[in-house]
Structure formats: structure tokens, C-alpha cells
Design a protein around this ligand. Structure first.
Ligand code: DGT
Ligand code: CA
Ligand code: CA
Ligand code: ZN
Length: 578
């Protein structure tokens, strides 16, 4: 059972307990546990197999949760969850997930009106019964009806790269308003999460009506979900929701901080404020003295954090993982930036499934300011892409030698290959061929459904091949489309470290593989990460920034990423010739 499945189980138990009005401390324990587990790089099943007593050593995992983890790992289920599901109708779970509701409100609807599914909920709203309940107003009925539509549409979270394109269009459209003084995107978009649920836009403006009218007029508008005095929400044809909030200038920093989140980061922050007799919300930081509140800060994020003696946190780090511990120790990492990258070490050409020629890729990379690239076309096993056999790859490498002679010191093209790791194990090209390459990526493309031991063995075998430099897209996941293959990354990392090998952070927005959690684990192992685009066209080279964003979420610095080095330093790192 994967860590994610275990975390989901705990969250579901929390929902069901809350629905039953259980003790809030118990509910919180499960939610905390779920969060800790999601951020864990080590597999719980491995810990259980190794030594279950280590479970309670994890932050947020007490004796009770440890026992449940052990049961889940060994039996695949939990009687407690089954019992809860027996007494709560499954259709009620859908009600809890309606935006604006949640377990507590769902419980009231169930208890007072007997509402058990989305259809009954819609009827109750239309009949005006919901507004009679304590804590529900007529306005909530409208919100719920909209929410039911959303839940029914069940649109998945969109890729960060897609959200970015849409976000830039929306901002561009809003910028025509002369009354805008400040405007920023907040939320998960700003934190650089790999997927985004909705967009959150904050503005300071002297003319709220102008902004909101303009917002209602965006080109891709599907519907205005709601418009209030300071907040407005719309849905675009893509299905993406965009929330707009207009805030006063003296609150802009506080609002930006609050709506950037994450929720967990903010919870920690509020706790720290309380300890100091301060209050922090989306309007500012306040000194609390009896019933008197004095505004201390709020115009900028820096001053908001400063009132708590905290540094400004890059949004990518605001997940309540290690950022507060780093800040306390004065060790907030200096995160890698796009300009730090000097080379791109994974790309394809027309020799296999790329759309641009070798020469076009070189020209495009130079135009983007890169100093070196590796050409890594597919090997022969990838028949669909016209993978290269020894003769063809040697011919390409001869062309590269000529090209390099012309380029001189200005630019270097490394002779590379993306060599398949065969289903039965072993590399797709003979050692004497790989020995002639400057840069060898090893990839799993076939046999992705093999059992864990087999896939892991194949990758370990590749790492032990002296000619292999790095493992490309080490888990094979495609966001929203395909699960990672079942590979023991702990073993992969231990072997990569022992063999002095690198791991890729594939910057393709569908891949982002390794992800943030595993990149952080690789860093702890002391394994250099290489951020590459896997470009199959000239435009594909522009994906580097998505990889950099994911690396920042992992807390990586320039030093942690191999291709921030000069080509000479890189070749030294991988033990090649300079
Ligand atoms: P998303 O949209 O699902 O990708 O994720 P976010 O993080 O953008 O979440 P969203 O849009 O619901 O809210 C934006 C931020 O606003 C969130 O990260 C933290 C803050 N926020 C929103 N609602 C609450 C709340 O009820 N409590 C707290 N503490 N913070 C909230
Ligand atoms: Ca959001
Ligand atoms: Ca939102
Ligand atoms: Zn590739």
C-alpha cells in the first residue's frame, strides 16, 4: 500500500469522524497524520517491514496511528474505516465534498433534513429548506447549488503550465484598468504546485467597480459565479475558476500572504502570532490588548513576517514542511533560479521522435543562452520512435564531433543517448557503444507494470553500469494520466549515491519527475539532480522553468543541481574527459 493511499484513508476517517461530531482532537490527529505521511519520502511499508517501532518516531504519528499504519500495510484494510462507512451512506461523502460544505455542514443536512445524496440536497435548496437551518443562510443555498454543479462536473486539477498560460491572459486583460495599483496571483499557483485547483488574484484598486466589470468581461468567461463588495468569482470555458479579491493597500501584503497559503503554513504562522500576543489575518498583524487591537503591519509580506521575527519565505517553500525549522536555524536555502541553469541534458531530434534537427536544436539552445546541451535520442528498443542502433548513433556522434569543432569554446554539444533499460534487465546498447558517449541517460519505457522488485532491479542494474550517467524520469508518472511505476526509490537513491550517479528532474509539465518530495530526498542522500527538458521540439526547450519551480519546492539550491555547473565542471563531476 502506498503512502498516498494510507494518507487518503486517514483523511477519509477524519471526514467521517467529523461528520459524526467526534472529538475534534481525534479528527485533528488523523488530519495531521495524513499530512505528515504525504510529505514522507520513505515508504511506510518499508518502515513496517524493517522495524514498526520506528513509526512512532515520525512527527505527528502516535501509538494509535502507528498501529493503524501497520494494520493497513499488512492487511490492506482497516476495520475502523469499514465500520464508519457502514453507518454513513457512501453518497453522503459526495455531499461533504461540495465546495462550501464539508463534514460538519453535511452532518447538519443529514440530521435535520435527511439529505443523503446530491439530488436530495439540490431539492432541499430549491425548496428553501436549507436556509431555515441554523448556520445556513439563503446565500448559502445559492453557493451550494453552484457547488453541486462543480462537484458534478468533477473537473480535475489542471497542470501548473496550463494554469500559467490562463493566468497570464487574465492579468493581461485586467491590466487595462487604470485604477489598478497592485496586482498579484496568490494560491497554489504562486507556490508552484504541479497542479492548480483554482486561480486567486489580488488587486489594490481605487475603483472596485471598474475592476469587477472588466473581470466579468474576460474573453474566455463561462459564467460569473458570484460578485460581492470585495470578492468576485468566475468560471472560464476551460472549467477553471478564478477568484478575484480587492484589498486595501495597507492590507495587500497580509492578503497576499494569507491567500498564498498554504493553509498549513498559515496555521503554523497563526500559532506563532498567538504565542506573542499578536493576531494575524488577511488584513494585517495586530497587537492584541484586551479588546483593543492595534495594526502593526500588512502592506508587504516582508513586514508581516518581520513582526514575527521571520524571514520572507519564497512561496514555493510555504508547505509547512521544513521552512520554519530552516528559518529558526537561519538556514533558509538560497533557491535555484532559471538563470542558474547552463545546460540542458535531455532532448530529441529528427533522428528519432523529435521535430527539429540536431542543428536546429543547437541553434535554439544557444538562442536561449545555454552553454551546452546533450543530444539524447532514443535507443533501438523504442521502435515506435525509430530508436537508434549502434551504427546510427555512431553516425550522429560523428556529426556532433564536426559540429563541436566548428563551435569552438562558445558552445558544447555532448554526445548522448537515452538508452532503454530492457524489460529483462540490461541496457539496450552494448557497453562498447555506451563507452563512446559523453552522457548516457537510462530510461524505463517498457515493462512499466512489472512488480516492484523487478523494476527496481532493472534500475539498480542500470546504475551499476559504469557508462550510465543518470536515470531519466525515475518514476515514469504522468500527472493526471498515469501512476508512477512501482519502484523502490530508497534503494535507487542508495545505489545512485554509491555509484556516483545523477537523477533527473524531467521538466516536462506532465512529468515533473522526480517530484518535489523525492528531489528533497535525493538532496538528503547527496545525489546531484539534473533538470532537463526532454524537448521533442525547439519550443520544448522552454520547459526548463517548470522543472526549476519544482526544484525550488524541494528546497534545492544551485549547488544541488548538476547542470548549473560549467560544461567542464559537469564532465569532471560525472568522471568524463574534459
Ligand atoms: P488550490 O486552489 O486547490 O490549488 O489550492 P490553494 O492553496 O490555492 O487554495 P485556495 O484557492 O482554496 O485558497 C488560497 C489560499 O487561501 C490557501 O492556500 C490558504 C488561504 N485560505 C483559503 N481558505 C482558507 C481557510 O479557510 N483557512 C485558512 N487558514 N486559509 C485559507
Ligand atoms: Ca487556488
Ligand atoms: Ca481560490
Ligand atoms: Zn526522452
Amino acid at each position: 500500500m502506498t503512502n498516498d493511499r494510507i494518507a487518503d484513508t486517514f483523511d477519509q476517517i477524519a471526514d467521517l469522524l467529523e461528520f459524526q461530531s467526534a472529538n475534534p482532537f481525534r479528527v485533528r490527529a488523523y488530519r495531521n497524520g495524513a499530512r505528515v505521511i504525504r510529505d514522507l519520502s520513505e515508504r511506510l511499508s518499508a518502515i513496517v517491514a524493517d522495524d514498526p517501532s520506528r513509526l512512532t518516531g515520525l512527527d505527528g504519528i502516535g501509538k494509535d496511528l502507528a498501529e493503524k499504519i501497520e494494520t493497513l500495510v499488512t492487511t490492506g484494510e482497516l476495520s475502523q474505516l469499514n465500520e464508519l462507512l457502514d453507518v454513513v451512506p457512501a453518497t453522503v461523502l459526495a455531499i461533504m465534498r461540495v465546495p462550501g460544505l464539508g463534514p460538519k455542514k453535511a452532518a447538519v443536512l443529514f440530521r435535520e433534513l435527511g439529505v443523503q445524496n446530491l439530488d436530495q440536497l439540490r431539492e432541499a435548496c430549491l425548496a428553501g429548506e436549507v436556509r431555515k437551518l441554523k448556520g445556513f443562510a439563503a446565500k448559502t443555498e445559492q453557493t451550494i447549488l453552484k457547488g453541486i454543479e462543480i462537484a458534478a462536473a468533477a473537473n480535475e486539477r489542471i497542470l501548473w503550465a496550463d494554469a500559467d498560460r490562463i493566468a497570464q491572459q487574465v492579468l493581461e486583460h485586467l491590466r487595462a484598468c487604470s485604477s489598478i495599483e497592485r496586482m498579484e496571483l496568490a494560491g497554489s499557483y504562486r507556490r508552484g504546485r504541479e497542479t492548480v485547483g483554482d486561480l486567486d488574484v489580488l488587486v489594490v484598486s481605487t475603483d472596485v467597480a471598474e475592476i469587477m466589470d472588466r473581470f466579468a468581461d474576460v474573453p474566455d468567461l463561462e459564467t460569473v459565479i458570484g460578485r460581492g463588495d470585495t470578492k468576485m468569482s468566475i468560471r472560464l470555458h476551460s472549467g477553471l475558476q478564478v477568484d478575484l479579491r480587492v484589498v486595501p493597500a495597507e492590507s495587500f501584503g497580509a492578503a497576499l500572504q494569507y491567500f498564498t497559503g498554504s493553509k498549513d503554513h498559515n496555521v503554523t504562522l497563526r500559532g506563532m502570532a498567538r504565542e506573542r500576543g499578536l493576531k494575524i489575518n488577511e488584513y494585517g498583524v495586530y497587537q492584541v490588548d484586551g479588546d483593543q487591537e492595534t495594526y502593526l503591519a500588512g502592506a508587504t509580506e516582508e513586514e508581516v513576517y518581520a513582526t514575527l521575527d521571520l524571514p520572507w519565505f519564497p512561496p514555493e517553500l510555504r508547505e509547512s514542511r521544513e521552512e520554519f525549522a530552516w528559518a529558526a536555524a537561519g538556514e533558509l536555502p538560497q533557491l535555484i533560479e532559471l538563470q542558474d541553469i547552463r545546460g540542458d541534458l535531455h532532448m530529441h531530434t529528427t533522428a528519432t521522435d523529435g521535430k527539429a534537427t540536431l542543428e536546429e536544436m543547437v541553434a535554439a539552445a544557444r538562442q536561449r543562452g545555454l552553454k551546452y546541451i546533450a543530444i539524447t535520442d532514443h535507443s533501438q528498443r523504442v521502435t515506435m520512435a525509430g530508436g537508434l542502433d549502434p551504427a546510427r548513433v555512431r553516425k550522429q556522434w560523428a556529426t556532433i564531433d564536426t559540429l563541436n569543432a566548428d563551435l569552438g569554446d562558445a558552445f558544447t554539444v555532448l554526445k548522448g543517448i537515452e538508452c532503454d533499460i530492457l524489460e529483462k534487465g540490461g541496457m539496450d546498447l552494448p557497453d562498447d557503444v555506451l563507452a563512446e558517449a559523453d552522457w548516457v541517460l537510462a530510461s524505463v519505457h517498457y515493462g512499466q507494470n512489472q512488480p516492484r522488485d523487478q523494476i527496481t532491479e532493472r534500475i539498480l542494474g542500470a546504475l551499476e553500469n559504469p557508462h550510465v550517467t543518470a536515470i531519466a524520469h525515475p518514476t515514469g508518472r504522468l500527472i493526471n494520466r498515469r501512476e508512477a511505476y512501482d519502484v523502490d526509490l530508497d534503494q535507487v537513491m542508495a545505489t545512485a549515491k554509491a555509484q556516483g550517479k545523477l537523477l533527473e528532474l524531467n521538466a516536462n509539465p506532465w512529468r515533473l519527475d522526480l517530484n518535489d518530495v523525492f528531489c528533497a530526498a535525493a538532496k538528503r542522500h547527496g545525489i546531484p539532480i539534473v533538470i532537463s527538458t526532454d524537448a521533442h521540439s525547439v519550443d520544448g526547450l522552454d520547459c526548463l522553468r517548470f522543472g526549476v519551480l519544482q526544484a525550488r519546492r524541494a528546497g534545492l539550491t544551485r549547488q544541488d543541481v548538476a547542470n548549473t555547473r560549467t560544461c567542464r565542471q559537469l564532465q569532471k563531476l560525472i568522471g568524463g574527459h574534459a
